[in-house]
Design a protein around this ligand. Structure first.
Ligand SMILES: [Zn+2]
Length: 115
C-alpha cells in the first residue's frame, strides 16, 4: 500500500502529461480547482475511487499496477484517461500532503458497480 501511495505522491506534472496529454491535464486541474471531487476513497488494491460532480455525476477510479497508472470513469466507456481521473489524482495528492485521512471504500460501494 505504501508503495502505491508513493507512486502517486511522486507523480509530477510531466508524468501526468505524458500519461494523459496536455489538454486533459489542464482540464483536470480546472476540474480539481472547481472542487468537483466527492467522497475520495481508497480501493483494496491501493488505488483511488471518487465521485466527480461535474456536468453530471461521474464515478472515477485510478489504479497503479505493474508500473503503470490506469483509470476508469463513467464519463467515457472507452479506455482513455479523462480529466476527471486527473482531478481525482490531484485531490488525492493534496490529501496525502495535508495528511488528511482517506477512508477505504466498502466492497459494495456503488461506484465499483458503475465502473
Ligand atoms: Zn471522466
Amino acid at each position: 500500500m505504501t508503495t502505491v501511495f508513493n507512486q502517486f505522491r511522486e507523480l509530477t506534472w510531466v508524468e501526468l502529461t505524458l500519461w494523459a496529454g496536455k489538454k486533459i491535464v489542464s482540464d483536470g486541474r480546472e476540474c480539481y480547482q472547481r472542487k468537483e471531487i466527492r467522497q475520495l476513497s481508497l480501493t483494496k488494491s491501493g488505488g483511488i475511487l471518487a465521485w466527480v460532480e461535474a456536468e453530471e455525476l461521474f464515478a472515477t477510479r485510478v489504479e497503479y499496477e505493474e508500473g503503470e497508472f490506469y483509470s476508469e470513469c463513467t464519463c467515457n466507456p472507452i479506455e482513455h484517461t479523462c480529466m476527471h481521473s486527473i482531478a481525482v489524482i490531484i485531490e488525492f495528492i493534496v490529501h496525502l500532503k495535508k495528511k488528511i485521512d482517506i477512508p477505504q471504500a466498502e466492497s459494495n460501494d456503488k461506484r465499483f458497480f458503475l465502473l
